[in-house]
Design a protein around this ligand. Structure first.
Ligand code: MF3
Ligand code: CO
Ligand code: CO
Length: 293
């Protein structure tokens, strides 16, 4: 038989000596600890502490300063290597580390993906041309904390296809972010993105996904950009993850070039991407890499 007397009543005085009721004091801490422990044990998801969140937010501020600098550089004739040099130097100058450099053998400090390149483009001697679209994906590590974000820019004057895919990719991320709140699920996020992009005749890349981020580059959970409402992990405050839909103007199929990194659309159609690092809050969400979509 259970010994009832060993359980502390909700309305009893808290044993910690605070003078408060147990339900308003340590019972809550026990409850919160257990959400954190449950997410760690069940999903390997790290629910972040306020201190960790502040660290990731600071990395995000640095990231967006660098991103704004990149945006000012973008013009026809720019060599993608110059974007790498800028991102690398600005990151180091701030006392941070560019996470992509040597990550699983990636040779540069930033990903630069042009036109039909979906993601993981390697900067080098390619020159930006008038009418191109170019995604720049930046991930600094500041004081041990990671923030991850990307934007797709127009080079010179965009044609109608470029305008269409960049606008749809930006709105797809916006729809995903606006779904984030405690009690919503990752399936809700994926569905919002997929429903929007496919509804406009575009396709959603399946092979690359968003991810938990902050203490490491790629943490659990995986954040799919497609899915079903109500399915998947339930969001709780303190979760930090990226949403980074890659949207193709044509079909979703892709292949990776012999450099083992550059992912391109099979049909050669344009692909665009936007990414932000998102914190789940009590009220909904906060972007730790905020910019207007
Ligand atoms: N920043 C990318 C992401 O959003 C990952 C790039 S991995 C690299 O997850 F090695 F290519 F840098
Ligand atoms: Co990412
Ligand atoms: Co990224």
């Amino acid at each position: 038989m259970k010994n009832k007397s060993s359980k502390i009543g909700r309305n009893a005085l808290c044993p910690c000596g605070s003078g408060k009721k147990y339900k308003n004091c340590c019972r809550n801490m026990k409850k919160e600890l257990s959400v954190k422990e449950t997410y760690k044990q069940q999903y390997d998801i790290i629910i972040k502490t306020p201190k960790q969140i502040e660290g990731i937010r600071r990395a995000g501020v640095l990231l967006m300063q660098i991103m704004d600098g990149v945006e000012k550089m973008i013009r026809p004739g720019l060599v993608t290597e110059e974007i790498n040099t800028f991102v690398h130097e600005q990151t180091i100058r701030a006392g941070a580390i560019p996470a992509p450099l040597n990550y699983r053998g990636f040779p540069k400090s930033v990903c630069v993906s042009i036109n039909e390149v979906i993601c993981h483009g390697i900067p080098g001697d390619r020159i930006l041309m008038d009418g191109d679209i170019v995604n720049v994906d930046i991930t600094p590590i500041l004081d041990g904390y990671y923030a991850d974000a990307s934007k797709t820019f127009f080079v010179g004057t965009p044609g109608p296809d470029a305008q269409r895919i960049v606008s749809i990719a930006a709105n797809a991320l916006k729809k995903g972010i606006e779904t984030v709140a405690p009690g919503a699920t990752l399936g809700d996020v994926g569905h919002a993105i997929q429903h929007y992009a496919e509804g406009l005749g575009c396709s959603v890349v399946r092979e690359f996904v968003g991810h938990g981020v902050g203490i490491d580059f790629h943490e659990q959970p995986q954040v799919l950009h497609f899915g079903s409402p109500g399915k998947g992990v339930v969001l709780v405050p303190g979760m930090v993850f990226t949403i980074e839909p890659m949207i193709n103007l044509g079909k979703k199929e892709l292949h990776v070039l012999p450099d083992k990194w550059t992912a391109v659309t099979n049909d050669g159609s344009l692909s665009a991407q936007f990414e932000q690092t998102i914190l789940v809050t009590e009220q909904g969400y906060e972007s730790l890499t905020p910019y207007t979509l």
